[in-house]
Write a protein that binds this ligand. Structure first.
Ligand code: NAP
Ligand code: GLV
Length: 310
């Protein structure tokens, strides 16, 4: 029985995966959900949202791949303990995140939100321009994406600091670690970027208590997950002036309800969860490399630590 690989995510990109698999892994039967073929032949699954009863449905599963960097959409208990879950690590996801965060930080730093508001009411009012070197950016999360973003922003001239669970050492970035150093990290972060995974420890981290520890008038970029943010606390911080603006890519729920105040807030820019996107070329290379490594009993890239939850 030929082993099969089932893809369950955006169908348009799935067709690109199918073409790449045909070229690079003809020994695997690549299948696009819901055309799964014989469930007993399914060894590998790649998906954004897992189906119910995953373990019962696919009794011979060997590896589960998340199509994205985040894995919070998975119920870890529904994946058998002997089946590794791998999160996406491919160059395209980091490059597109670098682009988005650079765009957001530059928009905030160069007052784009003010000018959008001014244009709507035909106001011509030049605001003071300061160089990037006077705007310190703080990055929550220094993993594959946080580190890539720090590198890009440093290149644009923004002094960068970052915060992680364990201590990281990144050239040109002031690194902080653990809850004990969070307040010091926040105290100089004029633009705060959230690139944390969603876990029990990080849910709701972007709240009133955290905003109060930022410099007055700081701004926020949330590209982590919607439930990192307490939306009511953000609205209160924007109204009081403690925060001056926010760029939000992720929401809880997605999309937010039509009457949610964020939609029309003059100090908020919203995008529909597009900060970065897994690119088929790099993703297929990463997935196939991991399948080979798994077969040879070698270490794989992106294995989720179930204890840590990311
Ligand atoms: P990653 O490589 O696993 O990095 C996660 C970082 O967060 C690590 O530095 C980790 O610390 C830190 N961290 C985790 N829990 C923490 C805690 N309790 N306190 C302090 N630091 C903590 O993840 P990634 O690939 O960079 O992705 C990060 C997240 O970005 C994803 O989980 C997803 O939610 C989000 N994302 C969003 C989009 C989008 O389009 N909006 C796209 C891709 C990803 P250690 O270094 O000590 O482990
Ligand atoms: C997208 O949000 C991802 O996790 O890759």
């Amino acid at each position: 029985m030929k082993a099969s690989f089932v893809y369950k995510a955006d169908p348009a990109r799935g067709r690109e995966w199918k073409r790449l698999f045909a070229e690079r892994a003809p020994h695997l039967d690549f299948r696009l959900w819901p055309d799964i073929g014989n469930p007993e032949a399914v060894r590998y699954l790649a998906m954004w949202e897992p189906p119910d009863d995953l373990a019962e449905r696919f009794p011979n599963l060997e590896l589960v791949f998340s199509i994205g960097a985040g894995i919070d959409q998975f119920d870890l208990n529904s994946i058998p303990a002997h089946v590794p879950l791998l999160r996406m690590q491919e160059p395209g996801i980091a490059v597109t995140m670098q682009e988005y965060v650079a765009m957001a930080v530059l928009a905030l730093h160069r007052n784009l939100i003010d000018y959008i508001g001014q244009q709507r009411v035909a106001v011509w009012n030049a605001l003071r321009v300061r160089p990037a070197s006077q705007c310190c950016v703080g990055i929550l999360g220094l993993g594959q994406l946080g580190a890539a973003v720090a590198e890009r922003l440093t290149g644009l001239g923004f002094p960068c600091r970052g915060w992680s669970r364990t201590r990281r050492h990144l050239e040109g970035v002031e690194c902080f670690a653990g809850d004990g150093e969070l307040t010091t990290f926040l105290s100089q972060s004029q633009v705060l970027i959230c690139l944390l995974p969603l876990t029990d420890q990080t849910r709701g981290i972007l709240d009133a208590k955290l905003f109060a520890r930022l410099p007055h008038g700081a701004s926020l970029v949330n590209v982590g997950r919607g439930p990192h943010l307490v939306a009511q606390d953000l609205l209160a911080a924007l109204d009081s002036g403690q925060l001056s603006a926010a760029v939000l890519d992720v929401f809880d729920p997605e999309p937010p309800p039509a009457d949610h105040p964020l939609w029309h807030h003059p100090r908020v820019l919203m995008t529909p969860h597009v900060a970065s996107m897994t690119q088929p070329e790099g993703a297929v290379a990463m997935v196939l490399d991991n399948i080979v490594r798994h077969g040879e009993g070698r270490e794989m890239a992106g294995v989720v630590d179930r204890q840590r939850g990311y």
